[in-house]
Design a protein. Sequence first.
Lengths: 481, 559
Amino acid sequence: MTLASVPPPAMAEGRQANGSPLETSSPREASSRDLPVVCEGGQRQAFCGLAGIVWLHRKLQDTFFLVVGSRTCAHMLQSAAGVMIFAAPRFATAILEERDLAGLADANAELDRVVTRLLERRPDIATLFLVGTCPSEVIKLDLHKAAERLNQAFQAQAQADATQPNQPIPPQGLPGTTGVSPAGRPRVLAYSGSGLETTFTQGEDTCLEALVPDLPAPPAGESSLLVVGTLADVVEDQFSRLFAELGIGPVRFFPPRSARALPPVGPGTRLLLAQPFLGRAARALEARGAELLTAPFPIGIEGTRGWFASAAQAWGLAADRVEAVLAKPAARAGQALARYREQLAGKRIAFFPDSQLEALIARFLQQECDMEILVAGVPYFDRRLMAGEIDLLSRALPGHPAGSFGVVEGGDVDRQLDTVRAARPDLTVCGLGLANPLEAEGLTTKWSIELVFSPIQGFEQAADLAELFARPLTRRARLRF
Amino acid sequence: MELAVWTYEGPTHMGALRVATAMRGVHCLLHAPQGDSYADLLFTMIERRPGRPPVSYTSFQQRDLGRSTADLIKEAARATYERFRPEVLLIGESCTAELLQDQAGSLVRGLGLPVPVLPLDLPSWSRKETWGAGETFHRLARALLKPRAPVPGAPRPARAPGQPPRANLLGPIALGFRCRDDVTAVSRLLAAIGVEVHVVAPLGARPTDLLRLPEADFNICLYPEIAESTCAWLERTFRQPWVRAVPIGIGATRDFLAEVARLANEPGVTAAATRLADSATAGASEIGFATGAAAYAPRLPWYSQSVDATYLTGKRVFIFGDATHALAAARIVDRELGMRVVGLGTYLREQARPVREAARQYGLEALITADYLEVEACIAASHPELVLGTQMERHVAKRLGIPCAVISGPAHVQDFPARHAPQMGFEGADVIFDTWIGPLMMGLEEHLLTMFRGDFEFGAEPAITAESLPATAAVSQAPASPERVPDTTAGFAPAVPPKAADEVVNDPIWDPLAENELKKIPFFVRGKARRNTECFARERGIATITVETLYDAKAHFGR
Ligand code: SF4
């Protein structure tokens, strides 16, 4: 289960501080137009990849996430999930106990027992993810093998059931879908959400990567577009309409809303990333023959325009036709944005590294809202994925009249706090652990976690995104005691 | 392997952080992967602490494991010391770090930092948060005070003449259920009888304050889960007696006052404590109407005696929480509110014994479990009319359409109200009366509803639910609730949907006349009447429920 992790060459002082996907930060893959990205080591204030379960389980409506870890993992997940929102959530933790640590054989038997019990209670589950954690990786509990073993067991059981004529056979998956083994038994997959390997949003990357082998092959000769990365349903629908207007299609989304309807992938599939943290998933899809389009990310008007334009180019569409389709929503977005630009213009903002969206949002706030970016911290900087952003980003970097901001990779939280305290920005974007302490020091903050949970991509959401930053400023201005 | 959907307790190091965060001058270096830094947000978001908790993380990653993590630990310890200059540095290890066996504690000790370094070595794979908090407090007190222990058998020095008796308040920590307000309430109570509060710990204490603990005449163990082991050690080592009564509820506060007076051993204190204790039950005449009184006089006894509270009599109450609050709640429910305890339990295995004993008093078997699904099943099975529990039980109760009040952690942002809302002392008793009784329908309101149930305005159930019964509004929104078996079912159809063939045989059928009679019962007790009657019929093998059966069952179950 341990993902191949080649330590990237150290880039600056101290430990190289990224989440260590092998393709990040490698100078070999640096764009011709290089970006000065400073990399720092030290103490981190960030969620691990388990946090991704919070939005993934909502998107993939018939899946269940079983974290195999410690009490800390269970507690972290429940804290990240909005501090005890309730219902019957489609995630749980199999908490390892002392005797599981003693012998792996027993741990595997225990895992089978827990999974069986869980499935008895939740017959509605189509896909079960076993999610690896720091402890499961340290004790070398191989969850990929466990998943295989469980799948085989289910298959055998299904065959046994099928040979007994008076046993009702559970309904089959819909024709043409995958993700369900023959007798309606769930498919079991494994991925890592451990803090040793993944930071916050990277948990989505490893999850999607695990789903890739299950994607069906496309009809021969079909060329299609696959949008990769969790988007709010409303954003997906807007994007679908625009792609249809452009004449690009078929367009599919990954992850899909149901694990029973996985999109096909193969040669002829073009990949357009909707999120900047999907390096491993992209590699896995490319290994299936798909082609990764170089594009900016659909954040802000310019990012969204460039994102659609990249797809249009791959489809060989004429630039004026593309502009004809995009002009209207772009103009509408510009109008909606104007109000917030007035409020945000000239305001100074700093980003702590957290969601991996920082560089993109900083680019948007600077270029489209006229804010001044003091620093944009990112957990790690993936040059390959950011290749399509280089043009937009480098406009914002030193030498450009619009001003400049530094992208800092990793970083020590105490030193970052020193920087922010000294600079006293008008707005600081940070995780939940830092927000109230900074507010108490008189600094206005925005929780970065909201940027992950809110629909912010696309033309229609550009103003909503700006509003997320305007709101804390408005609030501070209103309060008087 | 334990399958956990929601957990009542976090890991042991979380307990250590709650102690460190409660104190001043203490910092914890936690050997842990980056994701474990989520702990910060519990303090800053749930408790709304304006400062960061005093914890630094080593944030080790995959690539650190290949080589030695020793350098990382040492580097982090030096940087932490330089930046925070704590008076004591705690060294903790999260679950994952414990597996690595890096010996973080001895590594940091070896650095020779000019500050006491205390390795915690909490067993994170066998114990949990609450135990971790108690253990951290105990080890900290022991490490600081051991060098000052008198020779065994030496008598305690006598109190200086003229010096009022002094007590330490032990047990309140960060993210504790109403700890903040309990300390205030208990301090006021002690001030009213002439006892000085010497040190409050861990909440607000510095390590140097812990050094002053033995100076007090006795200790008050406010939260046994956290402070019991420390109190016991202080008694063994410094011959310092301690108060065991936890002052939650009227009776318990009276017991507490008596115990404090006994340990204070001072005639003035004894007289004041007796006066105060008696005032709490001194008839109804002026209680609750006096203003400007020197000491707080509780209103709970009189409110509970007033005729309006009659409707509370025998109400079925299910109680679950930490041991301290669950035990106190049971006593209050039973004796002070005149309701009936139909379930009692705790998620703290370490405290199972006293809870089991108490449950036996109420003719119950205690529920000792950390599996909230099991708690949910027990709640559903005991058909309570009020649930007193943690935030988890609040959600369960909401689903089942049962009123609920929260009496215990784990902490939730709602458990840190802006107003002073203690649980302890006479002040706390009144807060409890309001918060527990609030969710129940007001007595007179219930009375009126019963009297006018035949009136057409009351026929439309949603109107009542929405307007008169805000507290039970959840009922109408929860279609799965057993209270909401659809009443629109045609008179002749069985109200219970047919089940598998073998079950139908045992399920009694409602005669249409009985079904009609059932509809005359107020809707908020109708579900229960239906269940009870069916249960009654099943037990007696009655296949068809007639009007007779309905009234037989009513007589059987009636109070
Ligand atoms: S960082 Fe590791 S140990 Fe901590 S919660 Fe995440 S997976 Fe679990």
